[in-house]
Design a protein around this ligand. Structure first.
Ligand code: C2E
Ligand code: CA
Ligand code: CA
Length: 550
């Protein structure tokens, strides 16, 4: 519904409500004036008494049923026994004459009042419907155009946009009805988490806007992030939403609640979404892409210099407790921004050719590291993350194959990790390349398995040696028996298909024990080891070795 129509409805509804006292006063003033006018124009034998209809219609339309009724009755009485038919000759009206007029006045006032009451009631219902989303029943953007329904907060505001990134997956998997229930739960959670005066509206299927008093913005955003990160349970099923938040400040209170005011938080949220960030404060350079341009220029410099380094996260072999398998994870020690994690820059780099240089850089370092550790008698396999963009580019495929081919002595210790969702989307175009690399001796692992939803159907088709089960699965293991059963089945299935299984994101002892029980081959996670800087990994392995042999 456009705001023009909404405004007309509002004018109709609010005008009468707000100015009711004035209308009452006006009616009280005009009625005796009418009496005087009719009296001075010689009584009811003249036509001026008919002007009273205007007053009665006006009163009915503005004051409703009782207002109209009373005004009609009062006017009827005034122009009744107290008003002569002919003032000059003092001839009174007949009883029938004035009582019939009084009845007509009362009836008309009541009727007009009743009609307007009914109209206003339905207008209110329409307004209410317009300000709420028809599927979820949650307040929508029209609420912002309806000052009547808003309680304005005098303080400066923080404006927040929440984007739900995995909404289409949830809808595909569970259907719209469940998704709408999920939106309602999200609304309740936000309502509970934000101050009472906060405004929350559902803009569209995957977007909420919030306006909340500006107090401790950073903390408030972290709080919202934390509550949304907890699983949301609907009909005993726990859902995890992937989301991005963008926020900005509105220091001019009058601006706060306009839909246009959320443009900046929208920009910031989209920026966060694109760059895999959880939240982002609006800055002018986001909009203009300067931020990206600068980061990309910096990255070119980083590749040539010594700002990039790898951290190696060990995976433990659960049967032997041996650490013979590492994952290489990129880190960027940025001179101005400090230590940047992959999620801060990889998504941006992936949109450019620089991702090819990065993968090549990582591959070379990994090869060096395998050799270096081998010299110290550690025969480790190291996996590295490659982007599907790498294997869609023929030149890059050739270049990486050359590097591998020139290092045949370590080729069996290299593994490429590739994300499940992306692999499945491009499998027809990538299968040949993957097979070519496998023929060279490089292993493949499917990363974040279980994050996509169609995985099981394709499991037997995956051109990989290893399946890494996503953190999302691991998170529930300790308190959810059903998850354990599903995981057990997945692991058995993987083993039947000859895949090695790694469980990711193991953060505590109980989960580690469960992973072992379910016969996963390897486990990876903070409980065993955090990613370790490249310079320290050898010492770490030596220490571990000493511990296990002691
Ligand atoms: P990933 O491949 O799934 O890597 C695992 C991520 O989970 C790492 O984050 C690791 O630090 C974190 N992690 C490990 N154990 C736990 C745990 O127990 N709990 C929790 N909460 N997290 C854990 P990191 O290093 O920030 O990397 C994030 C992502 O960036 C990686 O996810 C990977 O997709 C990408 N990435 C990292 N290095 C590279 C790279 O060299 N090239 C490419 N293309 N992508 C990379
Ligand atoms: Ca990985
Ligand atoms: Ca992973």
């Amino acid at each position: 519904m456009n705001s023009g129509k909404l405004n007309k409805l509002q004018t109709f509804l609010i005008a009468t409500d707000k100015h009711r006292t004035w209308f009452v006063l006006f009616t009280i003033f005009i009625l005796p004036s009418m009496y005087i006018l009719v009296y001075l124009t010689d009584g009811t034998k003249n036509v001026y008494a008919h002007l009273t209809y205007i007053i009665i219609v006006f009163a009915g339309a503005t004051l409703g049923f009782f207002g109209g009724l009373i005004t009609g009755l009062a006017a009827g009485i005034m122009l009744g026994p107290f008003m002569p038919l002919d003032v000059a000759n003092q001839i009174p009206q007949t009883f029938l004459n004035w009582s019939f007029r009084m009845l007509m006045f009362t009836f008309l006032g009541g009727l007009i009042g009743y009609i307007t009451d009914t109209l206003r009631k339905s207008a209110r219902i329409v307004l209410d419907l317009m300000c709420h989303n028809s599927e979820t029943g949650l307040p929508n953007v029209n609420l912002l155009n309806n000052p009547d329904a808003l309680s304005y907060d005098e303080r400066n505001q923080m404006l927040i946009t929440l984007l739900i990134n995995n909404f289409d997956k949830i809808i595909d998997l569970m259907g719209l009805e469940v998704y709408y229930s999920l939106l309602r739960r999200i609304y309740e959670i936000l309502r509970d988490g934000l101050p009472e005066t906060a405004l929350i509206v559902q803009c569209n299927n995957n977007k909420f806007w919030m306006a909340t008093p500006l107090e401790r913005p950073e903390e408030d955003i972290k709080k919202i992030t934390a509550i949304l990160k907890e699983g949301i349970t609907i009909e005993n099923v726990e859902y995890y939403i992937e989301f991005s938040l963008g926020y900005t400040f509105a220091l001019n209170q009058k601006q706060s609640y306009r839909p246009g005011a959320f443009e900046k938080s929208d920009h910031a949220a989209r920026y966060a979404q694109k760059n895999n960030l959880q939240y982002m404060l609006y800055r002018d350079d986001i909009k203009r892409g300067i931020f990206e341009a600068k980061l990309l220029a910096d990255f070119t410099r980083a590749l040539a210099g010594d700002e990039l380094f790898l951290a190696y996260q060990p995976k433990v072999h659960l049967k032997t407790d041996k650490y013979d398998y590492l994952e290489a994870l990129i880190r960027w020690d940025h001179p101005e921004r400090g230590l940047l994690m992959p999620n801060d820059f990889i998504p941006l780099i992936e949109e450019t050719q620089l991702i090819h240089e990065l993968t090549e850089w990582v591959l070379r370092r990994v090869i060096e590291k395998i050799r270096e550790l081998r010299k110290e008698n550690y025969d480790v396999t190291i996996s590295l993350n490659i982007s599907v963009k790498n294997i869609l580019d023929k030149n890059v495929v050739r270049r990486l194959a050359e590097i591998i081919d020139n290092n045949r002595d370590v080729v069996n210790n290299i593994e490429f990790e590739i994300m499940e969702t992306i692999l499945m989307e491009t499998i027809d175009d990538t299968l040949e390349t993957i097979e070519m690399y496998r023929n060279l001796g490089v292993a493949f692992a499917i990363d974040d398995f279980g994050k996509g939803y169609s995985s099981l159907l394709y499991l037997h088709r995956l051109p990989v040696e290893c399946v890494k089960i996503d953190r999302g699965f691991t998170r529930n293991l300790t308190h959810d028996e059903a998850s354990q059963k599903i995981l057990q089945m997945v692991i058995r299935l993987c083993h039947a298909l000859n895949y090695r299984v790694v469980i990711e994101g193991v953060e505590d002892e109980t989960t580690a024990a469960i992973a072992k029980n379910l016969e996963s081959d390897y486990a990876q996670g903070f409980y065993f080891a955090r990613p370790i800087e490249c310079g320290k990994i050898l010492d770490w392995l030596k220490n571990k070795n000493r511990e296990t042999s002691a």
